[in-house]
Design a protein around this ligand. Structure first.
Ligand code: ADP
Length: 270
């Protein structure tokens, strides 16, 4: 089983990845595709006259604050626009793709968190009204029944967030969604992004860290990862702890990105 996450960065073109997914599926490999699309959400918010809001937590992690309007746009753009286009793109490659958000069949399920600790102007505050959550459960049965019937699931956020009122769609990180799925299915996770892998020096594409296995390798990777890459490293850890045998971070913007990654390109983490 292989779980492939196609990066949401503006600079990522999914065409190569979709052709590779078609070859994998054709060879009989159980393949699940996942995607994000945070930049597309920001674009749409701006077109609607709203401003994307990012907050910093006391530990220095930057994340989106997802208010009521933002989660609605999230629902329109992720499972609406992006997922539908990706499913159609795969069908053009003769893959029988089926789109699902994390809400469908409670594919990605966990508690909603509405209060977040933030730092604003150097002061710690609690912000309420956030629509986000963390995944505690993956509906692996749903994915496996689709796979065994020959379908290729294409999964996007939001996830199903539980609170005192029931279930509500909430934001969750796309890398961590992919990691949770790979863990549940014990599959190899391939994170395709806009860089050749995790770089020792983020500004130098010739400093690729090829393998991460020992604690020393892990420290090296964690020290190198800045900003959003730090969140990816968290997702890598979760996938491996969940049961994935291997996680690969590799370039989406080359010919045959998945095949090349599985043959050894990119950063391989065990
Ligand atoms: P995606 O949208 O594909 O998930 P992200 O923007 O979350 O990608 O993460 C990829 C980005 O992480 C790169 O474009 C790069 O700017 C940044 N980055 C930070 N540290 C590193 C590093 N050590 N190696 C590679 N990229 C890094």
């Amino acid at each position: 089983t292989v779980v492939i996450k196609v990066g949401g960065a503006r600079a990522v073109d999914p065409a190569g990845a979709l052709a590779d997914v078609a070859s994998l599926v054709d060879s009989g490999e159980d393949t699940v595709v996942t995607h994000g699309g945070s930049t597309a959400v920001d674009d749409t918010l701006e077109r609607l006259g709203m401003e994307p809001e990012y907050v910093e937590t006391p530990s220095g992690v930057v994340g989106r604050f997802t208010d009521e309007d933002t989660i609605e746009v999230f629902e329109m753009v992720m499972p609406g626009l992006l997922n539908t286009e990706m499913v159609a793109g795969l069908q053009s490659e003769d893959v029988d793709a089926v789109g699902l958000s994390g809400v469908d069949g409670k594919l990605l399920y966990g508690p909603r968190k509405s209060a977040v600790r933030v730092v604003e102007d150097g002061k710690r505050k609690i912000r309420r009204g956030d629509h986000s959550g963390s995944i505690k459960q993956v509906n692996g049965d749903l994915l496996e029944s689709l796979l065994s019937d020959g379908y290729t699931p294409v999964v996007s956020p939001p996830m199903a967030g539980a609170d005192e009122d029931g279930v509500t769609p909430v934001n969750t990180d796309a890398d961590r969604s992919a990691a949770a799925i790979a863990g549940e299915l014990d599959g190899t996770l391939v994170l395709l992004t806009d860089v050749p892998g995790i770089l020792e020096d983020p500004d130098d594409r010739d400093t690729l860290i090829r393998e991460v296995e020992t604690p020393e390798d892990w420290t090296r990777m964690e020290d190198a990862a800045e900003g959003f890459m730090g969140r990816k490293v968290m997702a890598i850890r979760e996938a491996l702890e969940g049961g994935a045998p291997e996680v690969i971070v590799a370039d989406a913007n080359i010919d045959q990105p998945v095949a090349t990654a599985m043959e050894g390109d990119g950063t391989h983490v065990y």
